[in-house]
Design a protein around this ligand. Structure first.
Ligand SMILES: *Cc1c(COP(=O)(O)O)cnc(C)c1O
Length: 419
């Protein structure tokens, strides 16, 4: 059973001012998540979460995370500019991009961000772009092969294929790269890896930490480079389905601590800082998409047409991802109807739910589509001339604040040239 963080009376009052569809975020939940994460890694004095901006690039959200002590992880020019506008400075910005254009490296360096290189060839590219190599530098590692964790009856609990992923240095390149960077003037080093996404397992971070800690100890020994931080990146997941259980962040932090004590401390590396770049875990459950039922259609299936579409939340269309739906005010009713809940795009994958069992829906019902807080609004697009929705923040005191206005037709036409 999944319970929305907002009630029907609250939503009825919000929709008097702000028309559907909109994304709504829960300030209380965001702060709690950030505090629990910080507590889980409090054993590591240098620990810092660099929130992955691409998950929710909204100033009203970044400000909350900043107040909770988070930095930001950027992947593009505009994300760097956004972070600058939100007063993130210097090493509070991580810049992890790939196939990076020169002007992005220039801005990252100007802001004093920590640059995380995705490829061996970028060492020379960065040096040519800046005229030097920054003293603090990080490299992204890709071990290749298949990363798997925790066999279960249905197969592997977590499996991803780093060997097929375009990111990161090979092991050999990493050793060569560190030596080269050191000879070019780098003094403080970091390593980064992202091996599996949306993991529902308390073992992912500890397993990744084990791999990276062993690697760091070998790297430091063989290259003499001073490894100052190890970045576990993103990938801690959330339970999108009601029958899944959430990760236990305290257990995850403790699992990483055990690897740290086992591997890094004996290697004389007990001062290495741990970084994370969580996006989904921080924001996913703390946001939802609110939409209204506009139409019914009875053909070969029963369709419920809503005023949101895949342009507001792409994950179901793009990945076949499950997003739970609550029909507001009918939480206690039996789910004895089967519907496809669809948006209005001229794309037959514009379905928030297929053959979903829900209580009987009526015209005008408000639906909460859960877990849209990360990689939700931010993956939005303008196909079919659809306009991006507003984003609202439900504050801790129960009031609501507009943190991004809805796009208007003027925004849509702003880049068009008519002569
Ligand atoms: C997308 C991304 C993240 C965040 O991933 P989540 O799955 O949202 O935790 C972190 N770091 C990098 C480099 C990313 O590309």
């Amino acid at each position: 059973m999944k319970t929305p963080f907002v009630t029907l009376p609250q939503l009825q009052s919000i929709t008097e001012t702000y028309p559907t569809p909109f994304h709504l975020y829960d300030e209380k939940g965001i702060r709690e998540t950030a505090r629990n994460l910080k507590a889980a890694f409090a054993w590591n004095p240098g620990y810092k979460e660099y929130f992955a901006v691409k998950a929710t690039p909204t100033p009203g959200i970044l400000k909350i995370l900043q107040e909770e002590g988070c930095g930001v992880d950027c992947s593009s020019l505009t994300e760097l500019m956004l972070s600058d506008k939100c007063s993130f400075h210097g090493h509070d910005i991580m810049f992890s991009s790939n196939e990076t254009p020169a002007n992005e490296y220039q801005l990252a360096e100007k802001l004093g961000a920590v640059i995380n290189l995705d490829d061996f060839t970028h060492i020379d590219f960065l040096e040519q772009t800046l005229g030097y190599i920054p003293e603090t530098i990080s490299c992204r590692f890709n071990p290749g092969g298949i990363f798997q964790l925790g066999a279960s009856k249905e197969g592997f609990q977590v499996m991803d294929t780093p060997g097929d992923s375009k990111y990161g240095f090979t092991r050999e390149q990493l050793f060569e790269g560190f030596k080269k960077l050191k000879s070019m003037g780098a003094k403080r080093f970091g390593i980064h890896a992202f091996l599996a996404s949306n993991t529902l397992s308390n073992d992912y971070y500890p397993a990744l930490a084990g791999i990276l800690f062993e690697l760091a100890a070998e790297l430091e020994k063989e290259t003499g480079c001073d490894i100052c931080f190890i970045n576990l990146s993103g990938g801690v997941g959330i339970p999108y389905r009601p029958d899944q259980s959430a990760n236990d962040i305290a257990a995850i932090g403790e699992g990483v601590r055990q690897q740290y004590e086992k591997i890094l401390v004996p290697a004389g590396m007990g001062d290495v800082a741990i970084y994370t770049e969580l996006g989904r875990y921080m924001l996913g459950p703390n946001g939802c998409l609110v939409t209204k039922v506009l139409h019914f259609k009875h053909t070969y299936k029963e369709y419920v047409g809503v005023d949101a579409c895949a342009a507001n939340l792409m994950r179901p269309a793009m990945y076949g991802a499950y997003h739970h739906i609550t029909v507001m005010g009918k939480e206690d009713k039996l789910s004895d109807h089967t519907y496809d809940v669809v948006g209005s795009l001229c794309e037959n994958n514009d379905k928030f739910a297929i053959d979903r069992e829900l209580p009987e829906i009526e015209l005008g019902d408000l639906l909460v589509i859960h877990d849209s807080g990360a990689h939700g609004f931010s993956m939005g697009y303008n196909y079919n001339g659809k306009l991006r929705s507003a984003e609202l923040l439900l504050r801790e005191d129960g009031t609501v604040k507009l943190i991004r206005r809805a796009e208007t037709p003027e925004d849509y036409f702003a880049t068009m040239i008519f002569e």
